[in-house]
Write a protein that binds this ligand. Structure first.
Ligand code: CA
Length: 226
């Protein structure tokens, strides 16, 4: 597990680096924000320990640049007591946790281990197959860049099909996942919904992505897999 520490205070940086090495981690130490961004973008780290108060490029800016570059590793912010109110800003920018200085090393280690256990795999914000994309945060669907208006149920249906793309989903599964209906309910509802969804995502486009597998269910997949 490799950790990047960005901390301008020499003593704190050395202390953190030493402690984490003794705890079995590999560490890199950056003493400026600029150096921190450079490291974060050019190597793979499992975690970032980031001081907020850095000269010139501060911790917020480091975090912003790291996230803008698509890096999703967890970030633990180190903040002074009088900056605690700023923690919301850090969490909004995509920090995963924060620790108020001064802190006991054991506390830092516990947070680090928790964040690493939680892992770097965040929920994806977008799902896609071929040129069809579903933006889960904005609740928006597009195909070939064109906006597609979906009802809430159609959105849920498409989300399920995208999450399990390439897999034939039986009507009963779709019924339980999207309509919260049980197995023997009227599956005509699903056929109608699939037909409407197909009209929106496939009718005006090539190649077709949503397929009916007779007697089995539906599958959403890119053409090369069909
Ligand atoms: Ca500092």
């Amino acid at each position: 597990m490799k950790i990047l520490i960005v901390e301008d205070e020499r003593k704190t940086g050395d202390y953190l680096s030493q402690g984490l090495i003794e705890a079995g981690f590999v560490t890199d130490l950056a003493r400026t924000g600029t150096d921190g961004v450079h490291h974060a973008l050019h190597a793979d780290y499992d975690l970032l320990v980031l001081d907020v108060m850095l000269p010139a490029v501060d911790g917020w800016e480091v975090l912003r640049r790291v996230r803008a570059a698509g890096k999703t590793m967890p970030v633990l912010f180190l903040t002074a007591r009088d900056q605690v109110d700023d923690r919301v800003k850090g969490l909004e920018l995509g920090a995963d946790d924060y620790l108020v200085k001064p802190f006991a090393f054991s506390e830092l280690l516990a947070r680090v281990r928790t964040l690493l256990r939680r892992g770097t795999t965040r929920e994806p914000e977008r799902l896609h197959v071929a040129d069809l994309e579903l933006d889960l945060l904005r609740r928006r669907a597009t195909r070939a860049g064109r906006r597609i208006d979906l009802t809430a149920k159609e959105f849920a249906l498409l989300e399920l099909l995208l999450r399990r793309q390439g897999e034939v989903l039986p009507r009963s599964l779709i019924a339980s996942q999207v309509w919260d209906m049980n197995f023997d309910s009227d599956t005509n509802v699903i056929e109608v919904a699939v037909r409407r969804l197909r009209a929106k995502i496939d009718d005006d486009f090539e190649p077709k992505l949503l397929h009916t597998v007779r007697g089995m269910g539906y599958v959403l997949e890119p053409p090369e897999a069909a």
